[in-house]
Write a protein that binds this ligand. Structure first.
Ligand SMILES: Cc1cc2nc3c(=O)[nH]c(=O)nc-3n(C[C@H](O)[C@H](O)[C@H](O)COP(=O)(O)OP(=O)(O)OC[C@H]3O[C@@H](n4cnc5c(N)ncnc54)[C@H](O)[C@@H]3O)c2cc1C
Length: 406
């Protein structure tokens, strides 16, 4: 039972740590201490969703998550669903709005609103905040946990490890949580950057830099499909980004050498695109081949597709053979980019991998090694796709950890 913990230290003032602290503080008389290594809490939260904070997703469910054992997340996610996140935040005073694709944002469209209501909530609940307090060492003894930062130390009967992951280094992503967990006897899996830019052969992306398209993406390796996604893709100097690209980055991280990215640039099959360009040839025989896709694709993209098909840009459409038209249609429905890897942790939104969940109880988030030690959020070996799923995991697991086994 939680009631016997009269003092709790939460390590990490990010999304999961804040909700865990708020939850732990619901028990009257309990002293809750929130320790944060940076000068203020919630720095990463402010940067989420491009400053809008996509705080959850209407459709988030256990089947959407990854990890060595993704089933670990099911209990937390089914006991604290996205409607519960909305309800929890409504109670703190936050209005939210759900976009047609299921992403949920603060109605103010500003992540500041999310952090503000959390800060006010922590203040009202009497949670003691200690910023610029990087926990460097934790010692477990019979009375609980002693946490040291430099020459200072604090003691608590129970503690919650909510240090986040290595992603978003500029926003404070560090590996402290893994190190602290390891020192307490927990093991971790390998760490990979996820929800990050995919690096490809840069020739075509470079000339398309800044263009956004809606596309269906397939990732293959030696002809085998590794993963698929669809949605917005943005071309960059070195490859692709955007939600649909981000969602494949995890598979790229794990996939090994020789991967290929296939982009379907129009929502039609090859035969349908062939018929479109054939009709276009009849309608505009004098048009330059470089303009074959004008009006169908972004004009720069259309020209690149023509180039990739090996067609002569200046020749009139009337000069194109059926084989050439089919080749152009094929490039449009299967535009290929050889994959070189992913951007590092600095640019990544989330860490794939973390403290192995086999060391924790999924119904309480309590360590199986140390009673009174709990963990939540990204430090654990659970991650989700783009679209509010990772914060939903942070809220759901943080809420559960904050109950301290009750
Ligand atoms: C740019 C960016 C955009 C994102 N956008 C979204 C989005 O829109 N929707 C979504 O669902 N997810 C998004 N994510 C992912 C999401 O932010 C994280 O998954 C989530 O914040 C994880 O919560 P957490 O509490 O586990 O870790 P964090 O929020 O990272 O918090 C961990 C905290 O612990 C502190 N800490 C670390 N070590 C110590 C220590 N030794 N002592 C004391 N404190 C310590 C850190 O400083 C940090 O404040 C985004 C991530 C990034 C980087």
């Amino acid at each position: 039972m939680s009631q016997h913990y009269s003092s709790v230290a939460v390590v990490g003032g990010g999304a999961s740590g804040m909700i865990a602290a708020l939850t732990a503080a619901e028990v009257p008389g309990r002293h809750v201490l929130l320790l944060e290594r940076q000068q203020r809490i919630g720095r990463k939260l402010l940067a989420t969703g491009n400053g809008r904070c996509n705080l959850t997703n209407r459709d988030a469910g256990p089947a959407d998550y990854f990890g060595t054992d993704p089933s670990f997340a099911a209990y937390a996610l089914t006991h604290f669903r996205s409607v519960d996140t909305q309800r929890f935040f409504a109670h703190l005073g936050l209005l939210t709005t759900t976009e047609p694709d299921g992403r949920i944002y603060p109605l103010s469209d500003s992540s500041n609103s999310v952090l503000d209501v959390l800060r006010f909530g922590l203040d009202r609940a009497g949670v003691e905040l200690r910023c610029s307090f990087p926990v460097e060492e934790i010692q477990a003894d019979r009375r609980g946990y002693t946490l040291r930062s430099g020459t200072e130390q604090v003691h608590a009967e129970a503690m919650i490890l909510a240090c986040g992951g290595a992603a978003g280094a500029k926003l404070g992503g560090v590996t402290d949580g893994y190190r602290l967990g390891k020192a307490l006897g927990h093991r971790r899996s390998s760490l990979y950057p996820s929800l990050t830019r995919i690096l490809t052969d840069p020739e075509y992306p470079r000339s398309l830099k800044g263009i956004r398209v809606q596309a269906a993406l397939t990732l293959t390796r030696h002809g085998h499909v590794l993963a698929r996604s669809s949605g917005e893709v943005q071309f960059t100097e070195t490859g692709i980004s955007g939600p649909a690209g981000f969602d494949l980055s995890r598979a790229v991280s794990f996939g090994g050498e020789g991967q290929m990215l296939h982009l379907q640039l129009l929502p039609f099959d090859e035969e349908a695109v062939f018929r479109l360009v054939q009709a276009r040839q009849k309608q505009f025989p004098d048009l330059e081949t470089s303009e074959l896709f004008t009006g169908m694709l972004h004009n720069r993209l259309g020209r690149v597709v023509v180039k990739a098909a090996g067609l002569s840009a200046a020749a009139p459409l009337s000069s194109l053979s059926e084989t050439e038209l089919r080749s152009a249609a094929g490039q449009c429905t299967d535009f290929r980019l050889p994959v070189r890897g992913v951007d590092g942790f600095e640019a990544a939104q989330v860490t794939a991998g973390g403290l192995l969940t086999e060391g924790f109880d999924p119904e309480t988030m309590q360590s199986k090694i140390h009673p009174g030690l709990f963990a939540c959020g990204e430090v654990l070996d659970i991650d989700g796709p783009c679209g509010g799923y990772n914060l939903q995991w942070a809220w759901a697991s943080g809420r559960l950890a904050g109950r301290l086994g009750a």
